[in-house]
Each structure stands twice: as structure tokens, then as C-alpha cells.
Design a protein around this ligand. Structure first.
Ligand code: CA
Length: 227
């Protein structure tokens, strides 16, 4: 059970999600505007925030930045816009995850549980991973590339850590969703692709000219050059 703040201006969606999540045992706090959501994020101290990016009073990413200024609460952004750029910008602005409308109660509940598991990790493995110029310290949650610090979101860090710890092996999208995101696999889910493209940018490479993150078509992704 979690306390969930839902910031959504569409009353039908807001009420529907509220009922669905309440039915699954969550305490739900609704807000119809970004400013109301920001106020409640402080006053109610929710465990997780569902933030619609299309709000009437503030641009969604602006709302996210303002929220990040006052709280480190996990945020799942909700967008109707099926563009990778929109999601990537939201993740860059500090979101922990995203869902695309329309979404079902089961999906949103799984995402909430996954985000909460990650925000309270049990005992992080402490072994430092070094592969192909990348060094990851899971205990300090720091990563460097050729000695220079990498500025990674929590999810990018987990993704890079997972792949680099298995350098040379092909990891499937299914495995990444199950192990890194801890959500059920869906072929239509673009979560992994979006995060991989963002991670690529931070590693200074592209899908067309990969150096460390190699897409293995129809199979998955491999960290590191082939031996
Ligand atoms: Ca909206």
C-alpha cells in the first residue's frame, strides 16, 4: 500500500485512476492542477506522484522541476504524447518512470510498486564493476566513463550497472524489464528503448555508431565490444 498523489486535470481519468488504485489498497490524493499538486506533494508527503504532463496551469516539465526543488518523491509521468523526445525530456527533468495514456490499473499499479521498490533498495550489491572504460560503484551509486563522472538518473544507473556487470553477454529486453524495471514484459513497451537511447547519449555514442551499447537485432542489447 502506498500514498499516491495523482495530478491530472481530466476529471474522468483522475476519478477512474483514483478508484482503481484505492481498490488496490492505495491511499490516493487527487489534484487537478500543477500548483495544487505541488502544494499537496509537500503537505501530504506522498510515497509516489503520478504527474500528467499536459496540465492547464503549468508545463508538465516545469511542474516536474518545481516538484524536484521541494521533494525527492518518486515521480511517474503520464503522457498522451507518444514521442520519444517528450518522454526522454521528462526523464531528464527528474522523472523516475513514465506511462503512456491510455493505461490500465494493473500497469500503473505495477509501475508504482516497481518505483517504490527502487526508492527503498534492500541491500545494494557492493562489488565495483569495471568494463570497457566504465566504472560503476553500486554502493556510492557513482559511475565514471574513462575517469570522468557520468550524470545518470537512478534508472540509467541501474540499467548501465546491469549491462556492464554482464559485459559481453546479450541481454534481452524482456530480462531488462523484468530485472531492472521489475514490470511484466510487453513487446510494445518502449521503456527500455527510450532509456537505452538516453544512456547512449550520455556515453557519447549513437545507435548507428555504438561503442559500448550494441543492439543485437531481435535479441537484445550487449555491453562491450565482442572479444
Ligand atoms: Ca491533461
Amino acid at each position: 500500500m502506498a500514498k499516491v498523489l495523482i495530478v491530472e486535470d481530466d476529471a474522468t481519468i483522475r476519478t477512474g485512476v483514483l478508484k482503481a488504485l484505492a481498490g488496490r489498497g492505495h491511499v490516493v490524493v487527487p489534484a487537478a492542477t500543477a500548483l495544487e499538486g505541488l502544494r499537496l506533494a509537500v503537505a501530504e508527503a506522498p510515497d509516489v506522484v503520478l504527474l500528467d504532463l499536459g496540465l492547464p496551469d503549468l508545463d508538465g516539465r516545469e511542474a516536474l522541476r518545481m516538484l524536484r526543488a521541494v521533494s525527492q518523491v518518486p515521480v511517474i509521468v503520464v503522457t498522451a504524447r507518444r514521442t520519444e523526445g517528450e518522454m526522454v525530456r521528462a526523464l531528464d527533468a527528474g522523472a523516475d518512470d513514465y506511462v503512456v495514456k491510455p493505461y490500465g490499473a494493473e500497469q500503473i499499479d505495477a509501475r508504482i510498486r516497481a518505483v517504490l521498490r527502487r526508492s527503498a533498495p534492500p541491500d545494494p550489491p557492493s562489488t565495483v564493476v569495471e568494463a570497457d572504460g566504465v566504472r560503476i560503484d553500486p554502493r556510492a551509486r557513482t559511475a565514471t566513463l574513462d575517469g570522468a563522472p557520468l550524470e545518470l538518473t537512478p534508472r540509467e544507473f541501474d540499467l548501465l550497472h546491469y549491462l556492464a556487470a554482464r559485459a559481453g553477454a546479450v541481454v534481452s529486453k524482456r530480462e531488462l524489464l523484468t530485472e531492472v524495471w521489475q514490470v511484466p514484459y510487453s513487446a510494445a513497451d518502449k521503456t527500455v528503448d527510450v532509456h537505452l537511447s538516453w544512456l547512449r547519449r550520455k556515453l557519447g555514442e549513437t545507435a548507428l555508431e555504438p561503442r559500448r551499447l550494441h543492439t543485437v537485432r531481435r535479441v537484445g542489447v550487449r555491453f562491450g565490444r565482442l572479444p
